[in-house]
Write a protein that binds this ligand. Structure first.
Ligand code: UD1
Length: 434
C-alpha cells in the first residue's frame, strides 16, 4: 500500500532528535574550513610534489573531493584531519559525472588541470537548491587566459592552443566578486606565462588561504584578500605542508548556538577578523563578546532584533543568514533579514514557522517578530545551512525536535552533535540502516 510505504520511509529517514532547553557550558571546538580545504585539495593537481594538508575537516564533501582527485590519478591518503595528496602520475583530465554530480566544488578542478596539463573536461556542477550557481565568470576568466572553452551536453571542455600548452597572463575584471571564479582563475594563472590580474576579486578568507598556500608551493601571488590580485606566473610549483584556516561559518554557527541557548560559551579556534560582520551583529543584538588570542567567549544579554543584509566578504555571509535568523526568532522585537546573494535561500523560513517562529516572507526579505519560546517539531533541512539553522532552533525549543536533512548537514559540519553534546546539548542521531 503506497500510503504505508511513505509513512515507513518517513520514520526511517536519518534525523537528529534534539531535546531543547539545555544550557551549553563547555568550549565548542571549530574544525578546519570546508570551503578552504576543498579548493586547497584541488591545488594538488598543480604540482608533482606532495601536498600535506592539516586541519582538514571530516566531511562527506571532503571525501567526495578525495574520490574525484583519485579518479584523475592523484594519490590520496587520509588519516583523521590530515590529507596527503600527490599528483605525480596525473593521467586523466576528465572527472566522471557520477562523482562530480552533487559536489559543486568539483568544478575547481578545471583551473589547475588546464594550468598543469593544458586541457580539461569537467561536467558542469549540478543544480543547487539555494539558487542558480552559474560558472560564466570562471569560463570568461579561463578564456581571457587563452583557453578555448566549449560547453556542450553539460560538459565544459577547455584546452590551451599551441605547442607550449601554457596559458598566457591576462587582465581580468570580474562582473561580480565570485569566490569560485576568483579561485579558479587564480589556480589557472599561477602556471601561466606572464602576469595576470584579477580585478573585482572575491575577498573571502578562503581566497586568501588559497593564495597563501599557492605561495608556499612557489607561486607568486600578491593582493589576495583585497579587490585586485596580481599573479606572476611560474613554470612549476612544488609540494608543501599547510594547515587549513578554522571554519568561520562553523565558528559563527557555534556562537549563535551559545546565544540562542542563552549560554556563556567559548568557541575556538577562531580568526576574529574573518567574522567581524557577524560579531558586530551579535553585539548589536545584545551579546557581549570577549576575544582572546585563540577564541571568542559569548556572553548573552537580553537579546533584541537586528537587521541583516547578506553581502560578499567583508559583509555578512550568506552562509550564516539562516542560522542567524533562527536566533532572531527568539530575540525581542522586529528584525529584517535580506538575502542578496542567492535567489532561493529562504527555505528554512517555513520550517522555523513550524517551530512557532513568527516570520513574514516577502521575496528574499524576511520580517521576523521575536517570540518568547519556540516549540519543538519535526522539521526538514533542505540545504546545509538551513539544516544548521534548524538544529539551533531545536536547541532552544521547548520539547523534542526531529531535524532531518543530515545528508546536507554532514557536508559541512564535522561531528556537530558530538561537539554540541560535549558542551551540554542533548542530541541523538538516528541513522536507520537499510
Ligand atoms: C562559495 C562558497 C559558498 C558561499 C558562496 C558565497 C565554496 C565551496 N562555496 O560558493 O559556501 O555561499 O561562496 O559566499 O567556497 N555568480 C554569477 N556568475 C558566476 C559565478 C557566480 O552570477 O559566474 C553569482 C552566483 O549566482 C551567486 C553569487 O555570484 O549569486 C555568489 O557566488 P560565488 O561567490 O561564485 O559562490 P561559490 O563560489 O559558488
Amino acid at each position: 500500500m503506497p500510503a504505508a510505504v511513505s509513512i515507513t520511509q518517513e520514520i526511517l529517514k536519518p534525523h537528529l532528535e534534539i531535546q531543547g532547553g539545555h544550557t551549553l557550558s563547555r568550549e565548542l571546538k571549530v574544525s578546519g574550513a570546508k570551503n578552504s580545504a576543498l579548493v586547497l585539495m584541488t591545488s594538488a593537481l598543480l604540482s608533482e610534489g606532495p601536498l600535506e594538508l592539516h586541519n582538514v575537516p571530516q566531511l562527506t564533501d571532503i571525501q567526495g573531493m578525495a574520490d574525484i582527485l583519485a579518479s584523475l590519478g592523484v594519490h590520496v591518503k587520509r588519516s583523521q584531519e590530515t590529507v596527503w595528496l600527490q599528483a605525480d602520475d596525473l593521467h586523466h583530465a576528465e572527472p566522471p559525472y557520477d562523482l562530480v554530480n552533487g559536489l559543486r566544488a568539483s568544478f575547481f578542478c578545471i583551473g589547475p588541470l588546464l594550468g598543469r596539463l593544458g586541457h580539461a573536461k569537467v561536467p558542469l556542477p549540478g543544480g543547487c537548491r539555494i539558487g542558480a550557481r552559474p560558472v560564466v565568470e570562471h569560463i570568461r576568466g579561463l578564456k581571457a587566459l587563452g583557453a578555448m572553452v566549449k560547453v556542450e551536453h553539460g560538459v565544459v571542455t577547455a584546452s590551451v592552443p599551441g605547442t607550449s600548452r601554457r596559458l598566457k597572463g591576462a587582465a581580468i575584471v570580474l562582473d561580480c566578486p565570485s569566490v569560485g571564479a576568483t579561485e579558479t582563475i587564480l589556480m589557472a594563472a599561477v602556471l601561466a606565462e606572464g602576469t595576470s590580474t584579477i580585478e573585482n576579486a572575491a575577498q573571502e578568507p578562503e581566497v586568501q588561504d588559497l593564495a597563501k598556500m599557492l605561495n608556499a608551493m612557489g607561486a607568486r601571488v600578491i593582493g589576495a584578500g583585497g579587490p585586485i590580485i596580481t599573479i606572476e606566473g611560474v613554470e612549476r610549483l612544488h609540494g608543501c605542508n599547510y594547515s587549513v584556516i578554522p571554519d568561520r561559518i562553523e565558528a559563527g554557527t557555534f556562537l549563535i548556538a551559545a546565544a540562542i541557548t542563552r549560554s556563556i560559551v567559548r568557541v575556538s579556534p577562531v580568526i576574529p577578523e574573518h567574522l567581524n560582520a557577524v560579531l558586530q551583529k551579535l553585539r548589536d543584538c545584545g551579546c557581549t563578546l570577549e576575544i582572546d588570542k585563540q577564541g571568542i567567549t559569548l556572553i548573552p544579554g537580553d537579546l533584541h532584533g537586528v537587521d541583516i543584509i547578506t553581502q560578499p566578504f567583508p559583509g555578512f555571509p550568506t552562509d550564516l543568514q539562516a542560522p542567524f535568523m533562527a536566533l532572531l526568532t527568539t530575540a525581542k522585537g522586529t528584525s529584517v533579514v535580506t538575502e542578496k546573494i542567492y535567489e532561493n535561500r529562504m527555505q528554512h523560513v517555513a520550517e522555523l514557522q513550524r517551530m512557532g517562529a513568527s516570520i513574514r516572507l516577502q521575496g528574499n526579505t524576511a520580517v521576523v517578530e521575536g517570540v518568547p519560546q519556540l516549540s519543538a517539531a519535526p522539521v526538514s533541512g533542505n540545504d546545509l545551512r538551513a539544516a544548521a539553522a534548524l538544529v539551533l532552533a531545536g536547541l532552544a525549543a521547548r520539547g523534542i525536535s526531529q531535524v532531518d536533512g543530515l545528508n546536507h548537514l554532514d557536508r559541512g559540519y564535522d561531528g556537530i552533535e558530538s561537539k554540541l553534546n560535549a558542551s551540554g546539548a542533548h542530541i541523538l542521531r538516528h541513522q536507520p540502516s537499510g
